[in-house]
Design a binder for this molecule. Structure first.
Ligand SMILES: Nc1ncnc2c1ncn2[C@@H]1O[C@H](COP(=O)(O)OP(=O)(O)OP(=O)(O)O)[C@@H](O)[C@H]1O
Length: 544
């Protein structure tokens, strides 16, 4: 069923072109009909009569037919692959779009390692699956069918004998396929585990070092690698068994057929040419059936990957606000009778808050009191269970939330720098900025002295996740981004985590004095910054 549903999807994305594939496959098969009869004439006429000129003509015709068949085959496969690649790109684009549309809550709950695996590895397997089905199995099946018909025409008795054996070969293939599927599943689980653990080792390398758990992690990884080796070996042996059993059964059947055919020739009921032609077609049939058999692993793996892709595409994880309004935002935010909880943990109940244009609000509270949750609510990343948020007096549900977010600049608690230059990091998400504006933003954020000390200045590469910078320098990059954004509301989440009080005060004052006077929301666990604030809001820890 899984295989069928994936094929159906791929056919749909091929539109009408799938029929071109079938047409060329049939054409390819048709070329084989004269081939078998030419072989028969060589053995029945050219050889017995020692007719060299006939032999030469037949040989040249055979070569020409085979060359045509090769050219058609290349054209058919190239056409198919072009379409399968396009279909796979479509799936990759849909998965990427899904990932970007994912709500923050779904993102927090998602198994990111699994999503990464599906997007990168499963789509690649799906690509192999599509190639296997459309460029190998469909053409090979058409040709095999055509060869079976030729065999039947050449000798009914021998063909029937062959067709009696065929169901046993198919039955055995099915049994082996089931066994392979089990070992394939086991391999996939081990691979997923290996992938997840490898990511863990890369991402938490520092924690591992400072916790002195290198040896423990190395041992654990060794076990995972051994498990992967075992499951991969089981799967490979399963496939080897499958193809070898088929090979043995086919060879035995061929020998029986040869004996039976020779006996028929001896009795004068069949010419040697027909026997040779029959064998020639049988040889071709075996070749195409083997090709189909070799494509089976890719089909099994691909259909499983298809299920993984669709499970992500079907997940209900899209953005929570779906409004479309784009309008003037003056930095005014209101939370009215807002209730928000994580399960049993009620963080806000009938809560009211107001951020007024151009004013600075300080939200203070101990760890776990809901400060970051409030930021997420204001950014429209969470939706309250009751009550509503308003921006410039308009409900969040009416706003195009992405547009509204583009008017809010945030310096998050967590690091947001990425591999690239300082300039790339500063201008991320901001379009149409000139270098003078960047330099001004750098000056305002207090990053200028550091940048001037670097030989490559703004063009200095900062390493993966800003590894070559200090925590304060990374935070200042985010602050420079805020200055550049010219947002109507600026949120500074725990700015004193990496910056000293004096720097924060300087930055906040410069922000306030910007020509467009943004509203400022400062989140802090201490009241140290109260001198900056027009309003102070205190949050209390609430445990259910
Ligand atoms: N995604 C989530 N799912 C369930 N509970 C959550 C989630 N995010 C936060 N919480 C819980 O909500 C409470 C408030 O968390 P929040 O991060 O908003 O606090 P905070 O005031 O910003 O804390 P801190 O000062 O430590 O950053 C905490 O008790 C936390 O365990």
């Amino acid at each position: 069923m899984k295989i069928l549903s994936s094929i159906r999807f791929l056919i749909a994305s091929f539109h009408q072109r799938i029929w071109i594939v079938v047409f060329f496959s049939v054409l390819l098969s048709a070329l084989l009909i004269p081939v078998s009869f030419l072989v028969k004439i060589i053995f029945d006429q050219a050889i017995p009569n020692a007719d060299i000129s006939l032999l030469l003509k037949l040989t040249l015709t055979l070569i020409a037919l085979m060359a045509c068949s090769g050219i058609f085959s290349i054209y058919t496969r190239a056409t198919i692959i072009r379409h399968t690649k396009r279909a796979i790109s479509g799936i990759r684009n849909s998965l990427t779009a899904k990932l970007l549309r994912m709500s923050h809550v779904s993102y927090q709950q998602a198994d990111l390692s699994r999503i990464h695996k599906v997007l990168v590895y499963d789509t690649e397997k799906l690509d192999n699956f599509a190639n296997a089905i459309f460029s190998v199995i469909i053409p090979s099946a058409c040709i095999s069918f055509c060869l079976a018909v030729i065999l039947l025409i050449l000798n009914v008795q021998m063909s029937l004998l062959l067709f009696i054996v065929a169901p046993f070969i198919l039955l055995l293939t099915e049994l082996l396929r089931r066994a392979c599927k089990k070992s394939l599943r086991q391999f996939q689980l081990s691979f997923e585990n290996f992938h997840r653990k490898s990511l863990f080792l890369l991402e938490l390398n520092k924690l591992i070092k400072v916790s002195s758990t290198q040896q423990k992690e190395a041992d654990l990884h060794k076990d995972i690698i051994t498990e992967l080796e075992d499951s991969s070996l089981n799967m490979a042996i399963g496939y080897i068994k499958m193809s070898n059993y088929q090979e043995v059964i086919f060879s035995i059947s061929s020998i029986i057929l040869l004996a039976w055919g020779s006996y028929t020739v001896m009795k004068g009921e069949m010419t040697i040419g027909t026997l040779m032609s029959f064998y020639f077609c049988l040889f071709l049939l075996k070749r195409y059936l083997t090709t189909i058999g070799n494509a089976v692993p890719a089909v099994l793996e691909g259909s499983d990957s298809w299920q993984q892709c669709t499970s992500i595409l079907k997940e209900e994880s899209d953005e929570i606000y779906t409004g479309i309004m784009r309008g003037e935002f003056d930095g005014r935010i209101e939370c009215k009778d807002l209730t928000f909880s994580f399960g049993e943990l009620v963080l806000f109940k009938k809560y009211n808050l107001s951020l007024r244009p151009g004013e600075t609000t300080l939200v203070v509270g101990p760890n776990g009191s809901g400060k970051s949750t409030l930021v997420n609510l204001i950014l429209g990343l969470y939706q309250p269970q009751e009550g509503a948020l308003y921006a410039s007096g308009i409900p969040y549900s009416t706003w195009d939330i992405q547009y509204l977010r583009s008017k809010i600049a945030v310096v998050l608690q967590e690091d947001t720098t990425f591999q690239g230059t300082i300039l790339d990091n500063i201008v991320y998400g901001i379009s149409g900025v000139d270098i003078t504006a960047v330099q001004q933003a750098v000056l305002n954020s207090g990053l200028h002295e550091f940048i001037e000390s670097l030989p490559d200045g703004l063009y200095t590469m900062i390493g993966e996740k800003g590894a070559k910078l200090s925590g304060g320098q990374r935070q200042k990059i985010a602050i420079a981004r805020c200055f550049l954004a010219k947002a109507s509301l600026v949120i500074l989440d725990e700015p004193t985590n990496h910056l000293d009080q004096h720097s924060v005060e300087l930055i906040a004052t410069t922000l306030k004095n910007q020509a467009h006077t943004p509203s400022i929301l400062i989140i802090s666990h201490t009241a140290k910054l109260q001198s900056l604030a027009d309003n102070i809001i205190e949050l209390k820890t609430s445990y259910s």
